[in-house]
Design a protein around this ligand. Structure first.
Ligand code: AN0
Ligand code: CP
Length: 318
């Protein structure tokens, strides 16, 4: 594998999940693979899990992680070609990406959607510029439209916590949030779940008008009645996203979409999942996130092994 920008960069999600679970049993077995190799983690936005778990993954592989926060520490980058740079931006991504490639064997990038200009977000300005100008492999640590390391960790978590059933009912439920959030987590979870359609009966539930990009959800069942969607579910994956149609707007803050124990009661003893960070008692009630069925902490732990298996595949191909 060269770059990891989407879950579809994996030859097989199923095989990768198996490999990650095997890796978990002996996390330091590939220490030689990353020896004298550097991964540069570039953050254009905040992070807790991605930042720490990707560093941990690199250390487990014997790599040296170096981290830079562009939001507060880097020069402001210009992305447009041919601009007269006489405004706020100090450096063009053309130079920045080539320079960083001389210091790093792999570059990983977090750059959220701006949620103002749909076309610009869908063009993945930051991620694509690094793929274009960097001479080393690029890993997506949540871009405008995807969070494939999260989706891989989610797939690992489902495999580890699934009941013994032929087919699992996996539900992605929108929940309210005071701020406008990106579509990346929802998109990547949907892509992963749809790719697993032989094993998952995948349902997305959200208020009318909150449809994600239909290209990302082709093959999923959309159910506007949240309680109906929850019936018989094995996994409830919750996430807020802002409107896609009315791009970036918070059109609904309806508290009746919060995940509560009475909704979980209609599931088949479903596990509760969320990528974190989560706003308690807005997105999910304490009684659910603190319940035995909540696997959010185990899910966050799997971020390390998702990143580790991805970095391992990239190192093997250097
Ligand atoms: C981000 C999002 O919704 O994309 C990161 C989630 C991993 N969440 C927030 O900004 C709260
Ligand atoms: N789930 C996730 O990506 O968390 P962070 O934003 O804290 O990295």
């Amino acid at each position: 594998m060269k770059h990891y920008t989407s879950i579809h960069d994996l030859t097989s999600i199923k095989e990768t999940v198996k490999e990650a679970i095997a890796l978990k049993k002996n996390t330091l077995q590939f220490q030689e693979l990353g020896k004298n190799k550097v991964v540069g983690l570039l953050f254009f936005n905040n992070s807790l899990r991605t930042r720490l778990s990707t560093q941990k993954a690199a250390l487990n592989l014997g790599m040296e992680p170096i981290v830079m926060n562009f939001g507060s520490e880097g020069w402001q980058l210009e992305y447009e070609d041919g601009t007269v740079m006489n405004q706020g931006k100090s450096e063009h991504v053309k130079e920045a990406a080539q320079v960083i490639s001389q210091y790093c064997d792999v570059v990983a990038i977090r750059a959220f959607a701006g949620l103002e200009d749909k076309e610009k977000d869908e063009a993945e300005e930051v991620l694509s510029a690094f793929i274009k100008y960097a001479s080393v492999p690029v890993v997506n640590m949540e871009s405008s439209v995807g969070h494939p390391l999260q989706a891989l960790a989610d797939a690992i978590s489902i495999e580890e916590h699934k009941p013994a059933k032929e087919k699992l009912k996996v539900v992605l439920s929108w929940a309210p949030h005071p701020r406008a959030l990106p579509h990346a987590v929802g998109n990547s979870f949907a892509e992963m779940a749809i790719a697993n359609e032989d094993d998952f009966d995948f349902v997305i539930t959200h208020p009318k008008g909150y449809e994600l990009n239909p290209e990302k959800t082709k093959g999923a069942t959309i159910e506007y009645d949240q309680k109906k969607a929850f019936e018989g579910a094995d996994f409830i994956y919750t996430k807020n996203w802002s409107s896609y149609k009315d791009y970036g707007q918070v059109a609904c803050k309806d508290a009746s979409w919060t995940i509560t124990a009475d909704k979980m009661a209609v599931t088949d003893n479903a596990k509760f999942m969320h990528c974190l960070p989560v706003r308690r008692n807005v997105v999910v009630a304490d009684e659910v996130i603190d319940s035995e069925n909540s696997i959010v902490i185990a899910q966050a732990n799997n971020r390390t092994y998702a990143a580790q298996i991805v970095l391992k595949k990239i190192l093997e191909n250097l």
